[in-house]
Design a protein around this ligand. Structure first.
Ligand code: HPA
Length: 271
């Protein structure tokens, strides 16, 4: 048995003792989007700091706890906050919660994030269905020895964002009369925002949005055989498309659209 599977055993045993048994969907809630976890019924909340082999996260707008319970009739395990590569964590640490979700029995994850809009037809406050990604972080969580019990050495990324879930989200958005943009998320390491030249490059390369998370988590989800729904909140136009960028604006925008975001995710879960 690998070190990783031993660690996962310790983590999942701990969580099961806390009453986390059946899990269908893992939720990873990005900057300013963590409030969705407050709507989970019969909630069991556990701070990351108490969970064996979890790191701690300290970014403003990331609460840093795991919340289990029922949402839209589904058993969910939500990460209120996540670990970022730019905090100095390894890719393995960043993606450990996804491994944990697969190990505890989730069949799917919903990943969300705040992102900068690269597509010129996007407006801050838009929600974007992630149809694909570009891993531009310069790293990959699967580098190193492969544990064949976790997944294949060379995972297929052709359908990393499950088309069936994308279709459900489109249908739900339409029914709710919510504009749901869609496109390719390009993941940078951060913590700097991109330069205007990098954004022009991203657009040429086919990105519609840029951010500092998600791609490594989705790589591990694909490796683990988890289905994925990805939703970005376009909090700002990317560098060079507006006068300057700051984290306060990112938080303000998520604050403004979190209602819409929560309704979209809840109704999509129900479907
Ligand atoms: N770039 C990278 N990450 C982000 C942005 C951005 O413009 N906005 C929110 N997260």
């Amino acid at each position: 048995m690998t070190n990783l599977s031993e660690m996962l055993k310790e983590t999942t045993s701990f969580l099961k003792e806390k009453g986390i048994k059946e899990v269908e969907f893992g939720l990873i809630l990005g900057s300013g989007l963590g409030e969705l976890a407050d709507e989970i019924e019969d909630a069991i909340a556990i701070p990351f700091a108490e969970i064996p082999h979890f790191a701690v996260s300290a970014v403003v707008g990331h609460a840093g706890k795991l919340v289990y319970g029922t949402l839209s009739g589904r058993k969910v395990l939500a990460m209120q906050g996540r670990f970022h590569y730019y905090e100095g964590h390894s890719m393995q640490t960043v993606t450990y919660p996804v491994r944990m979700m697969a190990a505890i029995g989730a069949h799917s994850i919903i990943v969300t994030n705040a992102a900068g809009g690269v597509n010129e037809s996007f407006t801050p406050g838009n929600l974007m269905l992630i149809t694909d990604h570009i891993n531009f972080t310069g790293d990959n969580p699967l580098i190193g020895e492969n544990d064949d019990e976790m997944g294949p050495r060379f995972p297929d990324m052709s359908h990393a964002y499950t088309p069936e879930y994308a279709e459900i989200a489109r249908k739900v958005a339409k029914a709710q009369d919510v504009l749901l943009q869609e496109g390719v998320y390009m993941g940078y390491s951060g913590p700097t925002y991109e330069t205007p030249a990098e954004i022009r490059m991203s657009r040429v390369m086919g990105a519609d949005a840029v951010g500092m998370s998600t791609v490594s988590e989705v790589i591990v989800a694909a490796h683990s055989g988890l289905k994925v729904l990805g939703i970005s909140c376009i909090t700002n136009l990317a560098a060079g498309m507006q006068s300057s960028l700051n984290h306060a604006e990112v938080v303000e925008t998520t604050e403004r659209v979190k209602g819409q975001f929560k309704e979209l995710v809840k109704a999509t879960l129900a479907e």
